[in-house]
Design a protein around this ligand. Structure first.
Ligand code: AMP
Length: 280
């Protein structure tokens, strides 16, 4: 049976033996779990006893974003976690994560100023802070994140390096529907028409990858291919379509080393993101 833990004392009681072992997997989420999360959980469970956290983190939502209407499906999340072989679900109340009087935030510089960071001020400050706090409470040896949120992976990796946090970060490839659409808890906001239109994002990623496979390394050419695809669905309003170097997200003119193409934009009221690693 999966064990639900809600406080620091309950974590200590359940996890002390694993801390002594030095083998504990961790998958932080905001719940509303789908097959993408299930894949992360299965990767973790294959390697060690695993904690799933379900916490809709208020500090990573901006004013006017979907914090209050973010889907909350705790019972179903526990069932999915149990089927994936998860041992523990950590579901803290906000005051367990942010005790009264909490005033400390973690700001990872530079890589949080581009891509989503430019359009969601404070978002990665909230992400870094909550991940740090969760690591402090759960004390995992390894944590699993999805490439779907590539910038988040880079921010967490940078934070662990800079602060000497002894958690190994694993990045799991994006899980997609058969039409290429990346699974996301926010996909349930889409109407049927929007859901069909949303596949344009994947096609845009593919268009750039095909150009690259054909020998084109100029960023301008690759972006033009992606943007031409996106333009075929006028309902999709792009926020950014950018290629940057990995892992520091610096600007580049040519794809000659590790790089990624990331796309974000709105379909109606729903903000969607996706990305692909570019290999030259
Ligand atoms: P979320 O609860 O949606 O913020 O995501 C929790 C974790 O699941 C994050 O590390 C996400 O990157 C990851 N994740 C979400 N969607 C996918 C997906 N389609 N494929 C792989 N990982 C995902």
């Amino acid at each position: 049976m999966i064990q639900v833990l809600r406080t620091e004392a309950e974590l200590r009681g359940a996890l002390a033996a694993h801390w002594a072992d030095g083998k504990l997997g961790f998958v932080p989420t905001m719940g509303a779990l789908h097959e993408g999360h299930a894949t992360l959980l299965r990767c973790a469970v294959a390697a060690h006893p695993t904690v799933l956290s379900v916490f809709v983190n208020p500090t990573q939502f901006g004013p006017g974003e979907d914090f209050s209407r973010y889907p909350r499906t705790f019972e179903a999340d526990c069932d999915l976690a149990e089927r994936a072989g998860v041992s523990y679900v950590f579901a803290p109340a906000p005051e367990v994560i942010y005790p009264p009087g909490w005033r400390t935030f973690i700001d990872v510089d530079e890589i949080t100023g581009v891509w989503c960071g430019r359009f969601r001020p404070g978002h990665f400050r909230g992400v870094a802070t909550v991940v740090h706090r969760l690591f402090q409470l759960v004390k995992p040896s390894r944590a699993y994140f999805g490439q779907k949120d590539l910038q988040q992976c880079l921010v967490v990796e940078r934070m662990c390096l800079d602060l000497g946090i002894p958690v190994k970060i694993e990045t799991v490839p994006t899980v997609r529907e058969s039409d290429g659409m990346a699974l996301s808890s926010r996909n349930r906001y889409l109407s049927d028409t929007e859901r069909r239109e949303a596949t344009v994002i994947y096609r845009a990623l593919e268009a750039a990858q095909e150009k690259l496979a054909g020998g084109q390394v100029e960023v301008e050419v690759l972006l033009a291919a992606a943007k031409a695809e996106l333009a075929k669905v006028p309902a999709f309003a792009p926020q950014y379509v950018e290629i940057r170097a990995l892992p520091n997200l610096s600007e580049i003119q040519r794809v000659e080393g590790p790089a990624a193409l990331a796309i974000a934009g709105f379909l109606g009221k729903t903000r969607l993101i996706d990305n692909c690693i570019l290999r030259s």
